[in-house]
Design a protein around this ligand. Structure first.
Ligand SMILES: *[C@@H]1O[C@H](CO)[C@@H](O)[C@H](O)[C@H]1NC(C)=O
Ligand SMILES: *[C@@H]1O[C@H](CO)[C@@H](O)[C@H](O)[C@H]1NC(C)=O
Ligand SMILES: *[C@@H]1O[C@H](CO)[C@@H](O)[C@H](O)[C@H]1NC(C)=O
Ligand SMILES: *[C@@H]1O[C@H](CO)[C@@H](O)[C@H](O)[C@H]1NC(C)=O
Ligand SMILES: CC(=O)N[C@H]1CO[C@H](CO)[C@@H](O)[C@@H]1O
Length: 816
């Protein structure tokens, strides 16, 4: 209505119009009522207003009629004459937004018919609140919308009119929007730009108010959805990621998950991950899952090569905004390297006489791991005389702990074991071969404390008596044993003329034939010497026992041997049987059975008269002498030893049965004169032959001298054969100790010392060269060279010695 007059004025106007209407009663009645009165509210009294008799009302069937509508808004209480409302009267439904609302009612009276027009002016009451069409208004605004942008809002609606309609709007206080209400538009104005990432939904409460009294309001929620714009780069959750990873982690091990968030939505917020620039070495070590940000191992992680990795990470959203972070991966050590043992120096071989504690080697141990995994303990096996002594850092000295003895153990395999302290520990070992070098510390030792040899006399020179053996456990020449005789004398002669020992084998040979009758035993000493420097040696005694052979015939001492003397025993005529007549005395140089003599009468003039004691040799009469017995009795007695075979001697015994020596017949004599003259003639022959020999020799020498003019030393440089008879076939006394090395067995060189000539004994080996009874003799004819220093024959005599000496002097003069 827009009338803004005072309420008091309005009331006066109302009353005035009411009075005017009452004046028009004769015509029409008019009432003014507010809408929304209660049912049966009294509007007015028509009986009074029309001046009707109240009692006739019902009889005249007073009633109200409405034009064109079936709806009855009011009625008449016939008993009171009041016009009352019969239902709620809603001005808005009757008249809508029309400024005045009048309901025409006809009052009908019958008998007589009377018609009165009643006008009901219904005026507005604020009974409707402003109302929005929806409870929630949805608006979508991009976050990139500029400040000042306007967004229209549908107005609120109020069924009431005039003052009672919507008069104003109120917007809940907020950061971004203000309200702009124009005549017929309501707008939100963006006052501050939106940020979806801060607030993606904004609810605003908009209130519409009417001007009624009491005032009514209606509200609506404006739901602003902020639409995304790609205005955010992804952001990593950390600027630096740190992870630790054990080395040797297998491929596909997840190291760390990185994540970056992008506040944007959809494609704008889809983050993909990439590794930033990495060095060529690391390219294939790690990979990142573009979608999930899992960093995985793809290559080999070796702590010993690289202990940490640093990489750049890139996160990128769908529209290419990127950001970066760093990842640092520390690799942790795993005990994956066994210690290595290096032999830095080694004394090999070690002399066996090194003192305990001598350093023989230096060992270095290394482990590529770190910290405790590289702490290494080193040991060697027990039961070797070596130990490891820790030295600086990871160096160890290998030292001996005891005395070494090559003869007990010559090689050592020393196993060095190194174990680290990782868990589980790793270990490795190395075997060092050490050998012990020999020192000549063992003298040769004879297998027996003493040796003895039995030999029967008359042995062949060169025959083997026994052998000695000494052992020397040292090495090579330090253990090579050489045997020799210790110089000494046996019966005044050097031992080397009795025995020789083979230097290599220790076999002892007789050099000559032994005679039991000369000596029965003798003792020599043999030395075993090794070839070390200095040499060590030991001595052993060898006793040689010569056993007897029956090589001596019994020797009859009495009576004198046959033919040499003519011994006669006197037997008294009156001798009785059994009386001792004589005795044969015999001895035997042998011994034992070989010297056990037995006596037999082999022949007698009168067998039966004499008997001889089997072992005593006593000759006794067997019976009394009688007259008839011949005066000359002859006995031939044989003396036999008990050897095998036995040797015997015989003698003749002449017995004269007489009491008177005058009866003895003449004695036979031996002529000694003849023997003496024979000796003289032998001497003369010898003298002549020596002189002849000398002269011949002088002639030869002169001849040789002529020859020498052309080929001077031919004769003396040539090998001169010397009969071997002088020496035993196999053995020559070369070095004076009776030893002949096997190498010289057949070719012995004798150097005279005074001359350069070598005389070679070409010994034709012949086992039978020396018969057992042959004596060591030589005659001048045995020598081709008279200048040899060998001693001249005993039988040559003084004269010849003089000649030889003279010749020697001559030659020295000639050639010297
Ligand atoms: C990384 O994420 C995966 C699942 O995506 C999970 O199985 C794994 O355990 C995570 N690793 C780490 C180190 O957080
Ligand atoms: C040492 O080792 C070598 C080779 O393995 C072997 O021939 C030798 O017999 C060993 N020596 C010892 C004393 O064990
Ligand atoms: C023998 O021993 C000596 C030290 O006594 C030593 O020098 C030498 O090398 C040894 N010979 C051998 C062959 O071992
Ligand atoms: C062996 O005997 C000789 C001579 O008697 C002596 O000089 C030497 O020392 C002895 N050797 C030993 C080892 O007894
Ligand atoms: C029909 C009807 O409403 N009658 C009423 C008229 O008024 C009297 C007195 O107020 C009532 O008692 C009636 O009931």
């Amino acid at each position: 209505m827009g009338d803004k007059g005072f309420p008091a004025l309005r009331l006066i106007l109302c009353i005035a119009s009411f009075i005017v209407m009452l004046h028009l009663v004769n015509g029409d009645l008019s009432y003014s009522i507010p809408e929304e009165m209660k049912r049966e509210s009294v509007i007015g009294n028509i009986a009074k207003d029309l001046g009707l008799d109240l009692r006739t009302l019902s009889s005249r069937k007073a009633r109200v009629d409405f034009e064109g509508t079936r709806k009855r808004h009011c009625d008449i209480n016939l008993s009171t004459g009041d016009l009352i409302t019969s239902e709620r009267i809603d001005r808005e439904s009757l008249c809508g937004k029309k400024p005045s609302c009048v309901v025409k009612v006809d009052l009908v009276l019958e008998n007589p018919l009377e018609l009165h027009r009643l006008s009901l002016h219904i005026h507005d009451v604020n009974d409707n609140s402003p109302k929005f069409r929806e409870n929630v208004i949805e608006i979508e605004i991009s976050e990139s919308a500029d400040k000042g942008n306007r967004f229209s809002i549908e107005e609120a609606h109020d069924a009431d009119i005039g003052q009672n309609a919507v008069q104003m709007y109120n917007l809940q206080k907020n950061d971004n929007f203000i309200l702009n209400v124009d005549s017929n538009t309501v707008e939100l104005v963006l006052e501050k730009t939106l940020d979806r990432e801060k607030q993606k939904d904004i609810n605003l409460l908009l209130t519409a108010l009417d001007g009624g009294s009491p005032q009514r309001s209606g509200t609506v929620v404006i739901h602003v959805t902020v639409l995304d714009a790609n205005d955010n780069a992804p952001v990593f959750s950390q600027a630096v990621y740190k992870a630790s990873l054990p080395e040797n982690s297998p491929p596909d091990t997840i190291v760390i998950n990185v994540s970056a968030t992008d506040a944007d939505e959809g494609v704008n917020g889809d983050v993909t991950y990439h590794l930033g620039h990495v060095s060529d070495d690391d390219v294939n070590v790690f990979s990142i899952d573009p979608k999930t940000g899992e960093i995985k191992v793809t290559g080999v992680i070796d702590f010993e090569e690289r202990s940490s990795f640093e990489m750049r990470l890139q996160a990128k959203d769908g529209l290419g905004l990127t950001s970066y972070a760093k990842v640092i991966i520390d690799v942790t050590d795993i005990n994956d390297n066994a210690p290595m043992i290096y032999l830095k120096s080694l004394t090999n071989p070690i002399p066996e006489n090194v003192s305990p504690g001598t350093e023989v080697g230096i060992i270095n141990v290394q482990d590529r791991d770190s910290e405790t995994n590289r702490q290494v303990r080193c040991s060697i096996q027990q039961n070797v005389p070596f130990k490891l002594v820790p030295s600086i850092k990871n160096y160890y000295s290998l030292v001996t702990t005891g005395q070494l003895d090559r003869e007990l153990e010559s090689d050592y395999n020393i196993t060095i074991t190194a174990t680290d302290e990782g868990s589980p520990p790793l270990s490795s070992s190395k075997t060092v071969q050490l050998s012990v070098a020999d020192i000549n510390d063992n003298p040769p030792v004879f297998e027996e404390q003493s040796y003895s040899a039995d030999v029967t006399e008359n042995n062949k020179p060169g025959s083997t008596l026994c052998s000695v053996t000494a052992r020397d456990p040292d090495w090579r020449q330090n253990g090579t044993v050489i045997y020799s005789l210790l110089p000494g004398e046996v019966n005044g002669a050097p031992v080397s003329s009795y025995l020789s020992v083979n230097g290599d084998t220790g076999v002892i040979h007789a050099v000559r034939s032994f005679d039991y009758e000369q000596f029965r035993s003798f003792k020599v000493h043999v030395t075993a010497r090794d070839n070390g420097s200095p040499p060590l040696s030991s001595n052993v005694s060898v006793s040689v026992f010569v056993s007897d052979v029956n090589d001596n015939s019994p020797q009859i001492l009495y009576p004198a041997p046959e033919g040499n003397s003519f011994m006669t025993e006197l037997v008294p005529k009156a001798a009785h049987g059994g009386s001792l007549v004589s005795k044969v005395i015999a001895v035997d140089a042998d011994s034992g059975q070989n010297a056990w003599l037995s006596y037999h009468i082999v022949k007698s003039t009168d067998p039966g008269l004499f008997t001889i004691g089997l072992h005593s040799g006593e000759i006794r009469t067997q019976r009394d002498i009688s007259e008839s017995d011949s005066m000359k009795q002859n006995l031939i007695v044989s003396v036999k030893d008990n050897g095998q075979p036995s040797l015997s001697a015989t003698c003749s015994m002449y017995l004269l049965i007489s009491d008177n020596l005058a009866e003895v017949p003449e004695l036979k004599d031996i002529s000694y004169e003849e023997k003496n003259s024979k000796l003289t003639s032998y001497l003369i022959i010898a003298l002549v032959s020596v002189s002849t020999f000398f002269l011949t020799f002088i002639i030869i020498i002169l001849g040789v001298r002529f020859c020498r003019r052309r080929k001077p030393r031919l004769l003396f440089d040539g090998a001169v054969a010397i009969p071997s008879a002088y020496l035993p076939p196999n053995y020559a006394d070369v070095d004076g100790t009776g030893t002949l090395r096997s190498a010289y067995n057949y070719d012995a060189y004798l150097t005279t010392g005074s001359r350069t000539s070598d005389f070679k004994f070409v010994s034709s080996y012949n086992d039978n060269t020396l018969p057992a009874d042959q004596t060591l003799r030589k005659s001048p004819s045995d020598f081709a060279d008279p200048f040899d220093d060998l001693e001249p024959s005993v039988e040559v005599g003084t004269f010849q010695s003089t000649l030889l000496i003279t010749m020697h002097c001559l030659l020295v003069f000639e050639f010297g």
